[in-house]
Design a binder for this molecule. Structure first.
Ligand SMILES: [Ca+2]
Ligand SMILES: [Ca+2]
Length: 212
């Protein structure tokens, strides 16, 4: 099942501007207290095209990646041990031709450790939010190639992703990801990174995500 719509209130811009000063590596205070998983029961795996704001949500992660790659990657898998996309999937996500219509730039996870408990079992419910854009990122990280702020808020299908990300995987298609505490992209939580299994003091705080 899937839904097609433009996410209301989502401001998503492709940017070619000079970045502000890069934030420091990680926020400081200790982990936030655990959070209740009481959100909607619909599609838990959403894909946002950051230049248009068009969002679709799906029952399975695999479907969300198929959508985020414009149909190119149809068999995406999350590792049962690490929770991140497995090596085969990573190679496929990075292996598109330069003329591909859409590139995955980052995957957000609702829980720390990529939605996995230490024994590898999934948190319940486990939500993901995949971001994509029409071109790969440029190598310098002195700029901002993509921005999503505020984040998807669709409690009818998933969760309000603002202040609800605990881990992320980027590093796809030459992109690194950084995050900010506030929707105006201030308040550094983490600088440009390929991934973070646990934002620790930055858990459940990001309202602006950028890629370069
Ligand atoms: Ca915040
Ligand atoms: Ca760049």
């Amino acid at each position: 099942m899937r839904r097609i719509r433009i996410a209301g209130g989502l401001v998503a811009l492709a940017l070619a501007l000079t970045a502000a000063v890069a934030p420091s590596a990680t926020a400081t205070s200790g982990p936030a207290p655990d959070k209740a998983a009481t959100a909607a029961t619909g599609e838990r795996h959403c894909a946002v095209e950051v230049t248009t704001g068009v969002t679709e949500c799906f029952d399975t992660f695999r479907e969300s990646i198929e959508h985020a790659t414009a149909g190119r990657v149809t068999d995406a898998r999350l590792s049962a041990t690490t929770g991140t996309v497995d090596g085969t999937t990573t190679a496929k996500l990075n292996g598109g031709p330069s003329t591909a219509a859409e590139f995955v730039i980052g995957i957000q996870y609702y829980w720390q450790d990529y939605n996995r408990h230490p024994d590898g079992t999934l948190h319940t419910p486990a939500y993901t939010l995949t971001h994509s854009g029409p071109v790969t990122c440029t190598s310098p990280t002195s700029d901002v190639d993509y921005r999503s702020a505020p984040l998807l808020n669709d409690t009818g299908h998933t969760v309000d992703w603002n202040n609800n990300i605990r881990s992320f995987q980027s590093g796809f298609n030459n992109c690194l990801q950084r995050m900010w505490d506030f929707s105006n992209c201030t308040g550094p939580l983490i600088g440009y990174s390929a991934a973070s299994p646990d934002l620790t003091g930055g858990r459940d705080r990001a309202e602006c995500v950028e890629w370069s």
